[in-house]
Design a protein around this ligand. Structure first.
Ligand SMILES: Nc1ncnc2c1ncn2[C@@H]1O[C@H](COP(=O)(O)OP(=O)(O)OP(=O)(O)O)[C@@H](O)[C@H]1O
Ligand SMILES: [Mg+2]
Length: 340
């Protein structure tokens, strides 16, 4: 909620953060914020018990980043997790970086710059993040040793596909990422943000799509075999075959999760419908936030229990039938290489 009242910084507009900053509530909050002029300085007020998710963190950072923001000391002191996770640094109100200490189940917001031959960097970020999450899950002791091996492969796949989309499609090289695991409810959420050109413009590069709305571009992107990459970028192991987001969406739907894409001022979320598991429950809403966010949440226990090779093969082959084209080796999780 944004309200106007007496303020400690004269001339500032007072902005209240909601108690719960998940993807949906943060979008509503950002929409209200967008009515305020970008030049207007803001004083932030924090609820005493803020709950903030990875998607909420990166979206609110994106909404606040290029604004003049004050976070008075008494407000800052009400933040615990959000501070450690690097949110205050991300919005530019504090210098220090959060740290993921022993027993932590979050990856503080990390900024990566992927340049030139970014493949090696993408692999190492994906591996490192998958290892970290696996160690939290191992500590929670709810996944068997076999399951941990499978979970690690899934996570590496998911991180790699979302991260490499940034240098390949956003038109720039910087990304923010953060991860949170809630061990008691078996949930895992990943969010990756880039300040790049968005989905609509990336589809326009190929010249195959006419003018698209943000909503149409997002719906196209999760279809198997649909890519905005120009033809010369569609070959080779790292070539774009249009399967990355489709696989992530399918994985989320099979594992009681969701995939959300926020880009070009619009947000679409796909989740499984509990009463009709074969139906995709889709919600779409305006989200006036610069850049692109891809957020993905799953039940990590279910993910750990599903066979990486078998399930990935099923998803990819079903997508290949629908699309009438093959997925790249990379989007097949190196299946061909491993099996031959
Ligand atoms: N961060 C991003 N910024 C802009 N556009 C994006 C971004 N991520 C994805 N897209 C758009 O969505 C399309 C589909 O993405 P997806 O990951 O499913 O396939 P791909 O990257 O083209 O191919 P593959 O993942 O199989 O290598 C991309 O081709 C691009 O047009
Ligand atoms: Mg991709």
């Amino acid at each position: 909620m944004i309200c106007f009242q007496e303020i400690p910084y004269p001339g500032d507009m007072d902005v209240w953060l909601p108690d719960r900053m998940d993807l949906g509530t943060t979008i509503v909050w950002a929409r209200e914020l967008s009515y305020a002029s970008r030049n207007e300085p803001l004083t932030l007020h924090v609820p005493s018990n803020l709950f903030i998710t990875p998607a909420g963190m990166l979206l609110s950072c994106a909404a606040l980043r290029d604004r003049k923001v004050h976070l008075p000391r008494e407000e800052r002191e009400k933040l615990s997790y959000a501070r450690w996770v690097g949110w205050t640094k991300c919005i530019g109100t504090e210098e220090e970086v959060g740290a993921s200490g022993r027993g932590a189940t979050y990856l503080p917001i990390q900024e990566s710059v992927l340049w030139g031959e970014y493949h090696y960097m993408v692999e190492s970020i994906a591996e490192e993040t998958a290892d970290l999450v696996n160690s939290w899950v191992a500590e929670a002791g709810i996944v068997s040793q076999d399951g941990l091996g499978g979970l690690r492969r899934w996570l590496e796949y998911a991180f790699r596909e979302v991260i490499r989309n940034v240098p390949e499609h956003s038109g720039q090289a910087t990304l923010l990422r953060t991860v949170q695991v809630w061990p008691r409810i078996n949930r895992l959420q990943v969010a990756v943000y880039d300040p790049g050109q968005g989905f609509v413009r990336s589809f326009q590069r190929s010249g195959e799509y006419g003018s698209l709305s943000a909503e149409e571009a997002i719906d196209l992107a999760v279809r198997p075999g649909v890519t905005g990459a120009p033809p010369q970028r569609r070959k080779g192991t790292w070539g774009n075959s249009g399967f990355g987001l489709y696989v992530l969406q399918s994985l989320a739907l099979r594992h009681q999760g969701w995939l959300s894409i926020v880009t070009d001022g619009f947000a679409v979320t796909y989740r499984s419908n509990r009463s009709h598991p074969t139906t995709i429950h889709r919600t779409a809403t305006p989200a006036p936030i610069p850049g692109t966010l891809v957020a993905w949440e799953v039940d990590f226990l279910r993910l750990a229990q599903s066979d990486f090779h078998k399930v990935l093969r099923e998803i990819v082959e079903s997508g290949e039938r629908t699309a009438g084209r093959k997925a790249s080796l990379m989007s097949r999780g190196y299946l061909d290489k491993e099996i031959s």
